[in-house]
Design a protein around this ligand. Structure first.
Ligand SMILES: *Cc1c(COP(=O)(O)O)cnc(C)c1O
Length: 402
């Protein structure tokens, strides 16, 4: 968000009856970032958007013309995607798809299914046969370790995701013989919030070697390799982000050596695409000191913005000073010390940032948490304690959009 746009949104609203609390999304910044990121992808590589990061309709509308399609992980996401665009290519993932979701996906003309178990392959085949269709399917594999690089520690652990590599033969057998299916390739999504472009390239080399091995072992041809998302945002040091330019240059060299029948290398990124376009702005309601620790208490908290507590991090923010103070009450402030920012919930877990140095913050000022566009509102437990929801403001072309 350009500071001007966001500041205007906040200033326009300050001094109203209710303390300020809002999400603001800069759709111009979103468009600009995604256009540039997609333009750097080498040939054969395509960028899908993982809807779970943020499925607000204006965000989806802004993204639909820029990406290859959306990755949905529920019937609800499929319906949202189709409401925004009747023809956009859709991928369906998710670890526990219901037969109803599978049937809906066939009606919505999903391009590919990411299958996560052998039973799911059977369900998918049955639904496809009933619909008179053939479903293109990628097998989502949970890789077996050990891995050549320590940076891949997040792959190869027990999780509820994907098909264990040790039973891949069964899954390939089902996918190549069941009547409603066409085995199109593999899906590998093994990490989250990775900040190292080198580590990401190492991971893709591992994926290449794995898929080449499976092609030989099972006598199959992979046409589409989906390498998932997981490109990170450095919340602790906003100046040191994942080096997308370095990554895509390395990717171009890597992809040159992929067999020609791997016609498509799909990415399905969430966080990397939408995190930076969103800000969460909250008004300071009180400041206090407890057992020596200075606290800033805000209108809002982790019921709106659960990301910091879910990742156990201190989320970056800036203080927007609001000079107007119409109340007859005192206006306490904190100066030049490390503060802990907490929300309005009656739980000690409601912490947004901890031990962060501020030069000055007064009651009535506004804290602006940046990089709140991914896994912010979407993952939060909005109705815990029944406080009002924040306003959601979408800014584009210098103005607010409904
Ligand atoms: C969550 C998820 C993504 C997106 O992950 P990001 O870390 O936001 O890029 C992509 N694919 C699958 C299967 C996911 O579960």
């Amino acid at each position: 968000m350009t500071d001007g746009g966001l500041t205007k949104v906040i200033i326009d609203r300050s001094g109203r009856d209710e303390p300020l609390c809002l999400y603001a999304y800069d759709l111009d910044a979103l468009t600009d970032h995604v256009e540039k990121a997609v333009a750097q992808l080498p040939s054969r590589c395509r960028m899908f958007y993982a809807m779970k990061a943020n499925s607000a309709v204006p965000v989806l509308r802004a993204l639909a013309p820029l990406v290859a399609g959306f990755e949905a992980a529920s019937g609800g996401e499929l319906a949202k995607a189709r409401a925004v665009d009747a023809d956009l290519p859709l991928l369906l993932g998710g670890p526990a798809k219901t037969p109803q979701e599978i049937a809906a996906a066939l009606r919505h003309r999903v391009t590919r299914f990411h299958a996560e178990s052998v039973l799911e392959l059977h369900r998918l085949s049955q639904a496809a046969v009933e619909a008179g269709a053939t479903a293109d399917v990628l097998l989502r594999v949970n890789l077996a370790g050990p891995f050549p690089s320590a940076t891949l520690a997040m792959a190869g652990r027990p999780t509820q995701f994907g098909i264990d590599e040790s039973i891949l033969a069964d899954a390939v057998g089902a996918a190549t013989t069941l009547p409603g299916l066409r085995l199109t390739g593999f899906h590998l999504h093994s990490l989250s919030n990775n900040l190292s472009s080198e580590a990401h390239l190492d991971m893709l080399r591992l994926y290449r070697d794995k898929v080449l091995g499976w092609e030989r072992r099972f006598g199959i041809r992979c046409e589409v390799l989906n390498v998932g998302g997981g490109i990170g945002i450095n919340y602790a040091d906003l100046a040191a982000q994942f080096d997308w330019t370095h990554f895509t240059r390395g990717l171009a060299r890597l992809v040159e050596d992929f067999p020609p029948h791997w016609r498509e290398i799909d990415f399905e990124c969430g966080r990397f695409l939408v995190a930076a376009c969103g800000s969460y702005a909250v008004e300071v309601l009180d400041v206090k000191r407890n057992h020596g620790v200075p606290y800033i208490l805000v209108r809002g908290g982790n019921h709106h913005f659960r990301l910091p507590s879910s990742w156990q991090h201190s989320h970056p923010f800036t203080v927007l000073p609001i000079d107007t103070w119409r109340s007859a009450t005192p206006r306490p402030e904190l100066r030049d010390e490390p503060v802990t920012v907490v929300g309005e919930l009656c739980t000690p877990k409601d912490v947004l940032a901890r031990d962060v140095h501020v030069s000055r913050v007064r009651v009535g000022d506004v804290l602006v948490f940046s990089h709140a566009g991914a896994y912010g509102w979407e993952i939060s437990h909005h109705d815990f304690l029944s406080h009002p929801h924040p306003e959601h403001v979408f800014v584009a072309d210098g103005g607010e959009r409904g």
